[in-house]
Design a protein around this ligand. Structure first.
Ligand SMILES: O=C(O)CCC(=O)C(=O)O
Ligand SMILES: [Mn+2]
Length: 203
């Protein structure tokens, strides 16, 4: 289980000054493997363009998404319900590597495909009830590098920013989802496509 002990036994340092544990491994997957997986995921995943409900209005999500996992692990957020597609061999290969690093087993993965810099993810916490208290969220990135921002919910001056590079692994755990929000902001820079996988354990 990823906890305080995990971090004291680990070389990666906690990025958060208070109220949670988040660590980053910039070179978790090698370049040739992450390049290969980017193309494979882009072509083989059943990407969907979904509408979500924000403040009572249905709007198109500014990215493509997919949900894969064990049968029955349905995910509900922002007014939509996603039934999982079955694991593919490539997703299982990535999941196995991530599980070894985290020492946790995951039963589902949310995939996001950011087509251009106009695609983004607004401020949120991964705090849906089905994730339980203090979930371990393991996020693997492929393709173009994007900025990832964290902000403390109460202490608004506390912000952490990092670049999620291809082949990187970010692990958020402890009280991170309780006290912090995260986002992938839009950018006007000409930027390539990016795919992100967040492995989760639905209870
Ligand atoms: O694309 C990312 O790195 C963030 C994804 C994310 O926050 C999510 O799927 O909940
Ligand atoms: Mn998230």
């Amino acid at each position: 289980m990823v906890d305080e002990l995990f971090f004291t036994n680990n070389t990666a340092k906690n990025l958060l000054p208070i109220d949670g544990y988040t660590v980053f491994y910039p070179h978790f997957l090698g370049k040739s493997l992450s390049d290969k997986l980017f193309l494979q995921l882009k072509e083989s995943i059943e990407w969907r363009s979904e509408e979500i409900k924000i403040f009572g209005r249905w709007v198109m999500q500014p990215r493509l998404t997919a949900w894969y996992g064990n049968a029955g692990k349905t995910y509900r957020y922002s007014g939509i319900e996603m039934k999982p597609l079955p694991w593919t061999p490539y997703l299982l290969e990535i999941k196995n590597k991530v599980e070894k690093q985290c020492d946790v087993s995951f039963n589902s993965v949310l995939l996001n495909y950011y087509r251009t810099g106009a695609d983004s993810m607004g401020w949120h916490s991964d705090d849906e009830p089905e994730l339980g208290k203090n979930p371990v969220i393991a996020s693997v990135s492929f393709g173009a590098e994007r900025l990832f921002c964290l902000r403390h919910k109460k202490e608004k001056s506390l912000q952490v920013k990092l670049k999620l590079t291809a082949g990187s692994l970010l692990i958020m755990t402890g009280e991170t989802q309780h006290h912090w929000q995260h986002a992938i902001p839009k950018t006007t820079k000409p930027i390539g496509e990016r795919i992100n996988l967040t492995f989760r354990k639905i209870i």
